[in-house]
Ligand binder design. Structure first.
Ligand code: GAR
Length: 199
């Protein structure tokens, strides 16, 4: 069975979509650990309720990113794929290189537009009519790795960050488990910037 580590920072609704897809038999993988960088977040409760090993590696308790990441690595153990699900920390190039082709992220915009920590705010400020979400492999840049899957949603004139984010999240919860299942099936081939989905 393919082993996933899921890294989160807060609410964990993307994590929940992965848990639910596994339970429904749509995703043939197991989550070996849920790891957060903050204590007392909902992602930990969700993992606990699903009987999944969970741990907080509190960023505030580490003087440097290198020490923080060393502690994460110690906890991850032997996993096949690291899944960033609302994990709001930038990982170092050294960390990313350890998981080349085995580290995925979901971002709440149609990359390469609106990378960074405030995608919905930036989308609304810019005035685009379409937004969405992107699942991609992580490279050494921010939100810049090869794209695996995207879904688009309409941006409405009266949207707020909350309404837009709710519409995008619905799509996140569909495409993230699907993208992970493609990885599990060995169907994702990275070719430079391109991810080819094999039959
Ligand atoms: C999701 O919208 C995810 O795309 C976003 O954080 C939210 C987490 O929600 N991730 C990023 O912005 C990463 N830069 P959740 O905690 O309910 O899964």
């Amino acid at each position: 069975m393919v082993k996933l580590a899921v890294l989160c920072s807060g609410r964990g609704s993307d994590l929940q979509s992965i848990i639910d897809a596994i339970k429904a038999g749509e995703l043939q993988a197991e989550i070996s650990i849920v790891l957060t960088d903050k204590p007392n977040v909902q992602a930990l409760t969700r993992a606990e309720s699903a009987d999944i090993k969970n741990v907080c590696v509190d960023r505030k308790l580490f003087a440097t990113r290198a020490e923080f990441e060393a502690e994460i690595l110690k906890n991850l153990g032997d996993v096949d794929l690291v899944v960033l699900a609302g994990f709001m920390r930038i990982l170092s190039p050294e960390f990313v290189r350890k998981f080349t082709g085995r580290l995925m992220n979901i971002h709440p915009s149609l990359l390469p537009s609106f990378p960074g920590a405030h995608a919905h705010r930036d989308v609304l400020a810019y005035g685009v009519k379409v937004s969405g979400c992107t699942v991609h492999f992580v490279d050494e840049g921010t939100d810049s790795g090869p794209i695996i899957m995207q879904a688009a949603v309409e941006v409405k004139d009266d949207d707020t960050e909350e309404t837009l984010s709710a519409r995008v999240l619905e799509q996140e919860h569909i495409i993230y488990p699907r993208a992970i299942q493609l990885f599990v099936e060995g169907r994702l081939k990275i070719d430079g910037r391109h991810v080819v989905i094999r039959d």
